[in-house]
Design a protein around this ligand. Structure first.
Ligand code: GRF
Length: 201
């Protein structure tokens, strides 16, 4: 059984969806650690409520990105983590971090990549006036939201809706997509060749 760590900076709705999938027996891995770079992240409370170890690592205690990331690596390695799940973790991870977990880091992004990478994926798509957007689960590489794509779900933009309602529907899609992708990873059903990620039957 794969040991999973979730890194989150915010409200943790994806974390919640992942924990619920685990509770329903739909995840062949176990979330054993949640780490946040924000003391007040709701994700930490949600982890504690679910009986999962929750850790706040304060960026102010470290000189820079690499030393912070080294502290993260140490925590994750000593917990025997085999999969790192980014769920709204608002820090860019260093190449040092990415190389420490080769093809073992997943991210979810609120757009159909490669469109609208970076922060505010929903706002960017909305402002552009697209008719279809969605969310993407991908492996993390050293670029920004650029690793091999695992799963995507399309979400249509409804005429005259607000960015807020669009955001809510994308969140709904994320909550279905992320646990599915994590389960595929845990069952060793993902195979990456170049940019392409195949799902093994
Ligand atoms: C999600 O929209 C995800 O796509 C992005 O950060 C957000 C996290 O939301 N990477 P939550 O904290 O899981 O509610």
């Amino acid at each position: 059984m794969k040991q999973i760590a979730v890194l989150a900076s915010g409200r943790g709705s994806n974390l919640e969806a992942i924990l619920e999938a685990e509770r329903r027996g739909e995840l062949s891995g176990q979330v054993v650690l949640v780490i946040s770079d924000r003391r007040d992240a709701l994700a930490l409370e949600k982890a504690e409520r679910a009986g999962v170890k929750a850790l706040f690592l304060d960026p102010e205690d470290y000189d820079g990105r690499e030393s912070y990331d080294q502290a993260l690596i140490d925590q994750l390695k000593s917990a025997g983590i085999g999969l790192v799940v980014l769920a709204g973790f608002m820090r860019l991870l260093s190449p040092l971090f990415v190389r420490s977990f080769p093809q073992q880091i997943l991210n979810i992004h609120p757009s159909l990549l490669p469109a609208f990478p970076g922060t505010d994926g929903v706002e960017q798509a909305f402002a552009h006036g697209v008719k279809v957007t969605g969310c993407t689960v991908h492996f993390v590489d050293e670029g920004l939201d650029s690793g091999p794509i695992i799963l995507q779900e399309a979400v249509p933009v409804i005429q005259r809706e607000t960015v807020r309602t669009l955001q809510e529907r994308i969140h709904g899609a994320e909550h279905r997509l992320y646990p599915t992708a994590i389960d595929l990873f845990c069952r060793d059903r993902l195979k990456v060749e170049g940019r392409r990620c195949y799902i093994i039957e």
